[in-house]
Design a protein around this ligand. Structure first.
Ligand SMILES: Cc1cc2nc3c(=O)[nH]c(=O)nc-3n(C[C@H](O)[C@H](O)[C@H](O)COP(=O)(O)OP(=O)(O)OC[C@H]3O[C@@H](n4cnc5c(N)ncnc54)[C@H](O)[C@@H]3O)c2cc1C
Length: 463
C-alpha cells in the first residue's frame, strides 16, 4: 500500500495535484503557517521539492549536503537531532581521521576544510603529518571541538543554500512514477512530504534504504557502542590501584558495576579519565526505542562508575570534565551495494575502476574483549568505489558513511570519519550531477564526477 493512501483525506493528493502543490513550496522555503498562541495544536504540513534530499546530517551527511548545494542542487538536509556532525559532535568522537597515509594527504576537500577551519578557530594544533605514527595511528587524528565543528558545518550548509531541517525523520518513502522519490517526514508539530529527485542516505544505518526495501546487511552481534565522557578531579598517582582493582572485581561480582563499564581494565580507564574506555553492548541507533535504550544503558554505566569511585579514597573531588548527550554507536545496518568492499580489497589497497575516494585506517573491530587493530601494510591505501555507495538494483539513491557496502572487517576500517567525509562529498556530487542531468548516479560519467570532485578540493584515486 502506498504511504500516500494512508494520509488523512484532506492530505491525499493525486500525483498531479501533489506535484502542483510542490510548485508552491520549494527547497527554498516550506509552506508552514506560523503558530499563534490561540491556534489549535494540530500538526502543520509542508510540501517540499528537492533535487537532492540528504537524510542524516552527521559526519558524512553534512559534507554530502554542502557539496550538493555548492553544485547548485536544491538540497534539503533532514537530521533527527539538533545539530550537524553526528558521531563527531553529538557522539563526542571529536578527533576525525585519517586524512593522511604514509606521509601524504589522501583525503581533502570539504571535510578537511571544515576540520581545519574548526581547529584554526580554537588554535588547536594539527598533528605533524610528516612524522610516521607506527602502530599509533590515532596520532594523526585531528583534535577539534565537536560543537564548534557542528556550527562551522552548519554555516557552510547555509552558505551553500542547503535547507536544514532538524528534529525530523522520514516515516515512509516510495519511488515516484517518473523517477525520484516521495518521502514523508515527521517532525515536531509538523509533517512534510518531499518530492526528491535523488536521495543520499547518511543515517549511519541505511534507514531510508530500509524504508524503500533496498537490501541491507547486518551482523547478529554488532560492535558495542560507547558513551563518551571524561572524569577528573583525582590524581592517579595517589590512588591505591591494587585495592581499587579488587574493589571493582567485587563490585562486578555483586552487580554494582559491569565489566563493560571500564572494559575490564580499571587502570586503563582511570588513566584516561574513562574517555572512550567503556562499552555499551548492543548499542543500536536504528529506532528511537533502540537509541533510547543505548543512551539509558550508557548513562546507567556512568552513574554506576561514579557511585563506585566516589565511595573510595582519592575521589573526594571527583568531577565530570565532559559528557556527551548520546551514546556513540559503531555498527548497525550497511547496504548490500552494487559493489561490496571485502577485507581483501581493503587490505590489498585495491584500486576499484570506479574509485571515488581513498580511505585509511587499521581494520578495527571492537568486541566484548576490546579492540585488536590490524594496521595496513606499509604503502597500502584502500579505495572506495562508487558502486559501494549504491544499493543493488536501486536508482536515484546513494548512501555515504558507515553504512557503505562492505564486509564486516572492511567496514571496521572504512567507517572512520575522514573516509565518511570523503564518501559524503562523492555521494553529494554524484547526486547533484545525476539530478541535474536527469539520470541516476550510477550513470553519471565517472570522468565528470571526478573532475567536479577535484575542482571542489577532493583527492580522487588515479588522478
Ligand atoms: C565510540 C566511537 C569511537 C570511534 N572512534 C573513532 C576514531 O577514533 N576515529 C574515527 O575516525 N572514527 C571513529 N569512530 C567511527 C566514526 O566516528 C563513525 O563511524 C562515523 O562518524 C560515522 O559517520 P556517519 O556519517 O556514517 O554517521 P553519523 O556521524 O553517526 O551520522 C548519522 C546522522 O544521521 C542522523 N540520523 C540517524 N537516523 C536518522 C533518521 N532516521 N532521520 C534523520 N536523521 C537520522 C543522526 O542523528 C546523525 O546525525 C568511532 C565511533 C564511535 C561510536
Amino acid at each position: 500500500m502506498s504511504f500516500m493512501s494512508t494520509l488523512p483525506a484532506q492530505d491525499t493528493l493525486s500525483r498531479r495535484t501533489f506535484l502542483a502543490a510542490l510548485g508552491t513550496a520549494t527547497a527554498a522555503g516550506p509552506a508552514v503557517a506560523a503558530d499563534s498562541r490561540d491556534a489549535p495544536r494540530a500538526a502543520g504540513t509542508a510540501s517540499i521539492e528537492a533535487d537532492v534530499l540528504v537524510v542524516g546530517g552527521g559526519t558524512a551527511g553534512a559534507i554530502a549536503a554542502i557539496q550538493a548545494g555548492r553544485l547548485g542542487a536544491r538540497t534539503v538536509l533532514v537530521e533527527s537531532g539538533s545539530q550537524l556532525g553526528g558521531t563527531l559532535s553529538t557522539g563526542g568522537v571529536d578527533y576525525p581521521g585519517l586524512f593522511h597515509a604514509w606521509g601524504r594527504q589522501i583525503i581533502a576537500g570539504i571535510g578537511w576544510d571544515l576540520v581545519t577551519q574548526t581547529a584554526a578557530l580554537t588554535a588547536s594544533p594539527l598533528p605533524d603529518f610528516s612524522v610516521p605514527t607506527g602502530r599509533w595511528h590515532w596520532k594523526h587524528q585531528v583534535r577539534i571541538h565537536g560543537g564548534l565543528y557542528a556550527a562551522v558545518a552548519e554555516d557552510a550548509c547555509l552558505k551553500a543554500g542547503v535547507q536544514l531541517r532538524y528534529y525530523e525523520t522520514p516515516l515512509a518513502a516510495e519511488p515516484a512514477p517518473g523517477g525520484g522519490f516521495r518521502v514523508r517526514l515527521a517532525g515536531k508539530g509538523l509533517q512534510a512530504d518531499v518530492a526528491a529527485r535523488t536521495i543520499v542516505d547518511c543515517t549511519g544505518s541505511a534507514t531510508v534504504a530500509g524504508l524503500l526495501g533496498l537490501p541491507r546487511l547486518r551482523e547478529e552481534v554488532t560492535q558495542p557502542g560507547t558513551l563518551i565522557y571524561r572524569l577528573g578531579g583525582y590524581d592517579i598517582a595517589k590512588l591505591d590501584l591494587p585495592a581499587l582493582d579488587a574493589a571493582a572485581k567485587a563490585a562486578v561480582a555483586d552487580g554494582k558495576l559491569l565489566s563493560v563499564d571500564f572494559r575490564h581494565n580499571l587502570r586503563g580507564f582511570l588513566s584516561s579519565g574513562g574517555e572512550n574506555s567503556t562499552h555499551v553492548p548492543g548499542a543500536d541507533s536504528t529506532t528511537s526505542a533502540s537509541h533510547t535504550k543505548a543512551n539509558l544503558d550508557g548513562r546507567q554505566g556512568l552513574v554506576r562508575m561514579m557511585r563506585f569511585l566516589k565511595a573510595h579514597p582519592g575521589f573526594e573531588t571527583l568531577d565530570i570534565e565532559r559528557l556527551q548527550a548520546e551514546t556513540g554507536v559503531r555498527e548497525t545496518f550497511r547496504i548490500d551495494g552494487e559493489t561490496r568492499v571485502s577485507v581483501d580489497d581493503y587490505t590489498s589497497g585495491r584500486v576499484f575502476p570506479d574509485a571515488v575516494a581513498f580511505a585509511f585506517y587499521p581494520v578495527d573491530l571492537h568486541d566484548e574483549k576490546g579492540i585488536r587493530p590490524k594496521p595496513l601494510a606499509e604503502g597500502v591505501v584502500p579505495t572506495v568505489p562508487l558502486g559501494a555507495l549504491i544499493p543493488k538494483g536501486s536508482r536515484d539513491f546513494l548512501v555515504a558513511g558507515r553504512c557503505v557496502s562492505s564486509d564486516r572487517l572492511a567496514n571496521s576500517g572504512l567507517r572512520v570519519q575522514a573516509s565518511c567525509m570523503a564518501m559524503g562529498q562523492a555521494a553529494g556530487a554524484a547526486a547533484a550531477l545525476a539530478a541535474k542531468s536527469g539520470t541516476t548516479p550510477a550513470k553519471v560519467p565517472l570522468a565528470d564526477l571526478r573532475m567536479v570532485l577535484q575542482s571542489h578540493g577532493a583527492i580522487v584515486p588515479g588522478s
